[in-house]
Design a protein around this ligand. Structure first.
Ligand SMILES: [Zn+2]
Ligand SMILES: [Zn+2]
Length: 276
């Protein structure tokens, strides 16, 4: 295993299936040197739904990951991270790293989730954008372009999450020039921030996609413009901590990525995967 490290991990503190400790034990068994937790940050108004941590739960989460760090310190590096949603309040606790993510577009107080279900997405576009999917896409990427500024993240989460359902439900045309133009605008705005972009395998393990985020043409642009990337699994259960990692390395290589960033404990190491 070339990577041995995953920083995008969910647990029963939010919408994951396993406890944090079960995830640690599984990561050790899989031979990982580093496991970072990234619970979904509390979002005001989303408190009743169980995909984000509650306000109280976020505190307990910090305590529990801190405890696990201590207990397993001789076996694995554990990092306390968070997946900070675009619509969450600014963080007050200290985290080892932050993944910044856009999961929804809020228009006039109405929340349209991009990754909840194909129906929620299609209905939202119908209801609030009069069926104009590209107008919605544009609003989504405007938020993505602002995600570093808004969340103060170290890692940009699933850049094109909006394509989650597109392989199975053609909600908009990802090959159209119009789409590419919108994407490149957001990407070119983010690259100078010098943060890490995820190559995220989460939608493959959940059966929605056959390739990681981002789409190949986006990854190619990232490679050409010198963007830095990190492979993560966005795992929600203990079986998927390093899901599709070897294939993701090949995927990155195929689109021109030369180096990968890997957290070894808190240190970021670069590994060369491609010479030319
Ligand atoms: Zn996410
Ligand atoms: Zn996630």
């Amino acid at each position: 295993m070339i990577l041995g490290s995953n920083l995008h991990t969910h647990t029963t503190f939010c919408d994951g299936a396993n406890s944090a400790e079960e995830m640690v034990l599984s990561a050790i068994k899989a031979g990982c040197h580093t496991l970072g937790f990234s619970g979904h940050s509390y979002i005001e108004g989303e408190g009743s739904s169980d995909w984000v941590m509650s306000r109280e739960g976020q505190k307990t989460y910090v305590e529990e990951i801190t405890r696990l760090k201590r207990v397993y310190s001789d076996r694995i590096h554990i990092l306390l991270g968070i997946e900070q949603d675009y619509y969450s309040e600014p963080l007050t606790e200290n985290f080892d790293y932050i993944i910044g993510s856009v999961h929804a577009v809020v228009v006039k107080g109405n929340r349209i989730d991009v990754d909840l279900s194909p129906d929620a997405l299609s209905n939202g576009i119908q209801k609030f954008y009069g069926g104009n999917a590209m107008a919605f896409v544009k609003d989504y990427y405007a938020l993505v372009a602002d995600v570093v500024n808004k969340t103060k993240c170290d890692i940009i989460g699933h850049f094109d999450l909006i394509t989650k359902f597109n392989e199975k439900h053609h909600i908009f045309d990802v090959q159209s020039d119009e789409y590419k133009k919108i994407v490149f605008e957001a990407l070119d705005a983010l690259i100078p921030e010098n943060k890490l972009f995820e190559i995220n395998t989460g939608a493959i393990s959940r059966g929605w996609r056959t390739t990681p985020y981002p789409e190949g043409f986006i990854l190619k642009r990232m490679a050409e413009r010198g963007a830095e990337v990190i492979i993560t699994s966005d795992c929600h259960n203990k079986e998927n901590i390093t899901f599709y990692f070897d294939e993701a390395v090949e995927y990155a290589k195929a689109f021109g990525i030369k180096t990968l960033n890997i957290y070894k404990g808190k240190n970021i190491e670069k590994i060369l995967i491609r010479e030319e």
